[in-house]
Design a protein around this ligand. Sequence first.
Ligand code: ZN
Length: 565
Amino acid sequence: MRLLPALSAAVLVLSVPAAAKDAAPTPAAPPAAAAPAPLPAPRLVLAISIDQFSADLFAEYRQHFTGGLARLLTGAVFPSGFQSHAATETCPGHSTILTGARPARTGIIANNWFDLSLSRPEKMVYCSEDPADPASSPKDPVVTPGFLRVPTLGDRLKAANKATRNVAVSAKDRAVMMMGGHTTDAAFWWKKDGFVTLKGAKVPAKVAADVAAASQAAAGTIAQGAPELAVPAWCAGKDRAIPLANGSVGTGHFAVRPGKEADFRTSPRMDAATAALALKIAGDLGLGKGKATDVLSVSLSATDYVGHGNGTEGVEMCIQLMALDQTLGTLFDGLDAQGIDYVAVLTADHGGFDAPERLDRQAYPQAVRIDDSMKLENLTAAVIAKSGIAAPASGQLIYSDGPFGDFYVSKALPAEDRAKVIAALVDVAKANPQVQEAFTAAELSATPMPSGSPQDFTLLQRARASFDPQRSGDVVILLKRGIMPIPRGASGYAATHGSPWDYDRRVPILFWRKGYAGFEQPHPVETVDIAPSLAAVVGLKVPAGEFDGRCLDLDGGERDTCAAR
Ligand code: ZN
């Protein structure tokens, strides 16, 4: 924060030695006071993403944090950060955090999209796979960052100075790829029964040994099982069953049944294992102690798994967030013990929404589960009836990865028929009482990239921010507020995210560095502001126009962390 001009002048006058003051003529207008010299660049950037950690969860739980999140609360606190785009999924969200670019520029428009020109039978592509590799499929991807169109902060630092090390760890491969980027020195994620890395990656022996040990420890817990976790006293009120059409949520305590990998992966234990491995690798590689600033990205996935499996307002999330707070404290303490000067940022890839069955009990009856009318077969039948155009001889008429988002019309149709099908799809969608909007690619292409406060973006602007003309659908469909896109009685997830509504867009953004004066800024900022802010802190010059975000001054004191170094 800069001092007010009047106060700056007063400080300047006071700081001039008496003799000099006597000798110098009184200036007509005193020169502006220079802000104090910036702190030296930190040796490590620690970037943390908490998957599905909405601003709503942050607001609800912040009073209870005593560990790592309590430390972050003493730094620069932005409770109203935005993943400002419409496609609030994991891959797009992670792609914004360290690139400073919205999905429209990162090219990561969704977790999955369709490429109808692919020669393989599967036309869906996964955001961090290599579809050119015959061994790759969306379900079992050969992981690469190839679809990410822009560099991450780690990529940029490495390009500026080869001595920078760029490390990323998560339970999810897509989080690792989107935060680490194209030039990772170590990149690890969880797959079935252990941590794995990129095909062909060279792993230093010490790191390999620690990864093997971490995998083995986790596999041991899975094999033997583990007891329930303790319920913090003030979580007890949330410990009540909410019946769903199949089973119930609200009373899970995270016992691991022997041999059940999912019980481990979808629990606080997964986060603890991920953070512990990140700390080990930091020690192995001497991160924060080299010749250049290093980057350590840690994406903790369990909050997302807990939200999907149980909704966001049960005892499960309460236990999860308390455990997360402790896990983060252990991570920070570990870096402190290594004597590393680091700047930390924590945010989320998207927010979340509770199960409608609990929302209904808790004064939000507007939330309902989606009906079957947007199921692809039903939607396709309605579009055929409306347009009079049948599916082509080979392949489908319409492709989509679910009841909202990007919809693709077969390219096997003559152009005139394609246009009719697209128009019919828009009409059918707009007539559906659970649909809010249906935008065509032509409409989105003609829309300028939004600016100004992200809370005021129109739905068209939100959709524009995650639109890529090569990868996005012919039609982008957005559901109404409160529509949970998981039908009643569906197996698997109880709740999800992905909407253009603020419960899925708003995330906390917290920065901390030793020596910075803390403050809270309630006005909206964006996750694309993180990379320009950190670039300034570490003294990295980035050409104008390469970021969608702006630099945030992270020091509430007299220093301006955005001032040129
Ligand atoms: Zn996510």
